[in-house]
Design a protein around this ligand. Structure first.
Ligand SMILES: *Cc1c(COP(=O)(O)O)cnc(C)c1O
Length: 379
């Protein structure tokens, strides 16, 4: 992936002047910094960034410049990236399963906060991390309101989390709880249930929580007529934490990936063919930057431009859209409404593409080369 140093005003200007045949991700540092400020000003606690959602160096650099001083990291390369790009920032190693070698290296690099959801992993941490470290027990509830279930892989049941929290307390660690309500969580009630359960777990374990990490899951704007209401979620988290914990209110932490980074990128794909006036073939698909659409659902915030960069305004027609590989599952879910006059050579822009796009591109079938271009504005 190439990072262009010459900044264009908008994607339209870039498309007109470069006529790219490969997909291009347009990055707006201004929007990323605005979103960071929205989280820092609105969230009632520490905002950390989940690096896996987009580990681009320019992303980390801009978040750090905007005041994001904590990072949720899941691997040694992510820890090294943050050490390099955001020196001095807090790193929370919240992948609940790690090898002994990884734990030792993380401690060496200054990590002092670890999540855990099993007795065996807690025993590993006891042997390898300083006694002053923070142990965040990750728990799960039956999922609701999110695009897919994060509890399927990680998180202890409430009963087990209670035992783990008591055990971590007895070991002398700084004790905290963490959860993840599931990605693209559009139902604020999910946080309500998790926060109240966290208070119950702390009471039953006889432990005062240092911090409660309310996870990622903050929704991005994927469908034109569903606008996420971040401030309403922040207010709910604040109110419910007060109600559930009272005097014992812990400090809050959140770790958004998608919610912080999605809006700052738009993807431009090119129409390779409108086959017999029916199916649309794009130069990117589910093995590339559009991988997540197959898991989380379509993004309908699209804009179609001609090869000259002019907007297409024809009446919308639902189309089946395929990616460039020879694999027949390389198709966007359902149908996408596109202007009826769409033609070969046009560009289809998808907005809100910053999360889980660059991070998971594959080179399957010889595709996957994507350029990144920095722009002043995405529209
Ligand atoms: C992936 C991940 C996140 C970020 O989730 P989003 O839905 O992108 O906000 C946060 N915390 C942990 C532990 C994760 O694994």
């Amino acid at each position: 992936m190439g990072l262009s140093n010459i900044m264009s005003a908008t994607p339209a200007e870039y498309l007109y002047s470069h006529a790219p045949e490969r997909p291009v991700l347009f990055f707006s540092p201004a929007i990323l910094q605005q979103t960071a400020t929205r989280f820092i000003d609105g969230f009632p606690g520490l905002v950390t960034y989940a690096v896996k959602s987009n580990p681009g160096e320019a992303v980390i650099q801009n978040l750090f410049a905007a005041g994001i001083n904590g990072y949720d990291v899941a691997s040694i390369p992510e820890i090294e990236l943050i050490t390099r790009m955001a020196p001095g920032a807090a790193m929370h190693y919240n992948n609940p399963v790690r090898s002994r070698g990884e734990i030792a290296r993380a401690v060496e690099l200054g990590v002092r906060s670890f999540s855990v959801d099993s007795h065996s992993e807690l025993a590993k941490l006891k042997a390898l991390v300083p006694a002053s470290a923070e142990i965040s027990v990750r728990f799960k509830l039956p999922v609701s309101g999110a695009a897919y279930d994060f509890g399927a892989k990680f998180g202890a049941t409430v009963e087990k989390a209670t035992a783990l929290l008591a055990e971590a307390g007895e070991m002398g660690f700084t004790t905290s709880l963490t959860f993840h309500p599931g990605t693209q969580c559009t139902d604020p009630a999910a946080w309500d249930a998790y926060i109240r359960t966290a208070a119950q777990i702390a009471t039953d374990a006889g432990v005062r929580l240092a911090r409660l990490n309310v996870g990622g899951g903050f929704p991005a704007h994927r469908l034109s007529d569903v606008t996420p209401e971040l401030e309403a979620i922040f207010a709910l988290i604040d109110r419910v934490t007060d109600e559930a914990f009272g005097e014992a209110r812990p400090a809050l932490v959140c770790e958004p990936g998608r919610g912080l980074v999605a809006e700052s990128f738009s993807l431009a794909t090119q129409v390779r063919a409108v086959r017999d006036d029916a199916h649309v073939f794009l130069n990117d698909g589910i093995y590339g930057a559009l991988a997540e659409l197959a898991l989380v659902g379509i993004i309908d915030r699209t804009e179609v431009r001609t090869g000259e960069g002019a907007p297409r305004g024809g009446a919308a027609l639902p189309r089946i859209v395929f990616g460039p590989t020879c694999d027949s599952v390389d198709r966007l879910p359902g149908e996408l409404a596109l202007p009826a006059d769409i033609e070969e050579g046009d560009y289809v822009l998808f907005h809100g593409m910053g999360a889980y796009s660059t991070a998971t591109v594959t080179a399957f079938n010889g595709f996957g080369a994507i350029d990144i271009a920095t722009v002043m504005a995405l529209h």
